[in-house]
Ligand binder design. Structure first.
Ligand code: ATP
Length: 261
């Protein structure tokens, strides 16, 4: 008889926080765009909000291991990114940049397959994983069309598909809903909800309503720092009728930013 395998050995590794930053500083050009940020993000959907220039993109690029911290520290899945471990870590991360390059003659399927290959997925798993990612991004009917024939919103969805293809433990999405029509935004919210139980998703957006409706946690940034972290309900409760905005969440956003400045 073989050795008894304890449940703890087969269960996926869990962390107190998939992402942890401490006094994190990150430069963008000459600016320190993230300046002393302490964050702890676990499984769930974390909506990062903040005005233009708050440091959202810079933070996400650092979490994607594209930019190195200039001070403080970042830990992803319990590890400090760097050295020989970096490739292993990147296999566990999905990333949709604000702007991404692609070869326009690739079909959606070829593009997502190529990204799966770059992420060093086992060859036999790629076709199934690519189809699943394309389905989840609602591009099934356009899977074999060339990227140059797609609308901007569809290209964005191809970007979402490539970010999902390796079933990442950490999924970083920088303004994923730009260019999506209202029906697609609703479907995207569904996708976020389906990811919220087993993935640490970080999604930056200007759409406070997307955060209020599809995120489990709100991270509000201003001038490179953290202004607020809490549930969408707490964000909404922070506002009053006198604050700017068309909804309780927008009024909460305005109130918290107003108090911070
Ligand atoms: N490559 C760069 N060179 C110089 N400054 C930069 C660069 N990238 C960003 N910055 C500056 O860093 C700050 C933070 O920018 P970042 O793009 O992270 O903000 P953001 O919150 O994502 O803004 P937005 O909502 O406009 O996308 C801004 O003041 C910006 O001008």
């Amino acid at each position: 008889m073989g050795r008894v395998v304890r449940a703890a050995e087969t269960a996926p590794t869990t962390y107190a926080s998939e992402i942890r930053t401490s006094e994190l500083r990150v430069r963008a050009g000459r600016r320190t765009a993230v300046n002393g940020l302490d964050l702890s993000l676990g499984i769930g959907v974390h909506g990062v909000l903040g005005p233009n220039g708050a440091g959202k993109t810079t933070l996400i690029r650092c979490l994607a291991t594209v930019l190195r911290p200039s001070g403080g520290s970042v830990e992803l899945l319990g590890r400090k990114p760097g050295g020989s471990d970096l490739r292993m870590l990147r296999r566990e991360i999905g990333y949709l940049p604000q702007q991404f390059g692609y070869y326009p003659r690739f079909t959606v399927r070829e593009f997502v397959e190529y990204m799966a290959w770059l992420k060093e997925m086992p060859k036999a798993e790629i076709p199934g994983a690519v189809q699943r990612a394309i389905d989840r991004a609602n591009l099934t009917s356009r899977a074999d069309d060339k990227l140059k024939t797609l609308s901007g919103g569809m290209v964005r969805r191809a970007g979402i598909a490539q970010a999902l293809v390796n079933n990442p433990r950490i999924l970083l999405l920088d303004e994923p809903t730009v260019g999506l029509d209202p029906a697609q935004r609703m479907q995207f919210r569904e996708l976020l909800r389906s990811l919220s139980t087993d993935t640490c998703v970080v999604v930056s957006t200007h759409l406070v309503e997307d955060v209020a409706n599809a995120c489990t946690d709100v991270v509000l940034m201003n001038e490179g720092g953290l202004v607020f972290q809490g549930t969408p309900e707490t964000l909404a409760a922070a506002g009053s009728e006198s604050d700017a905005g068309d909804s309780p969440a927008e009024r909460g956003y305005s109130a918290l930013l107003g108090r911070a400045s």
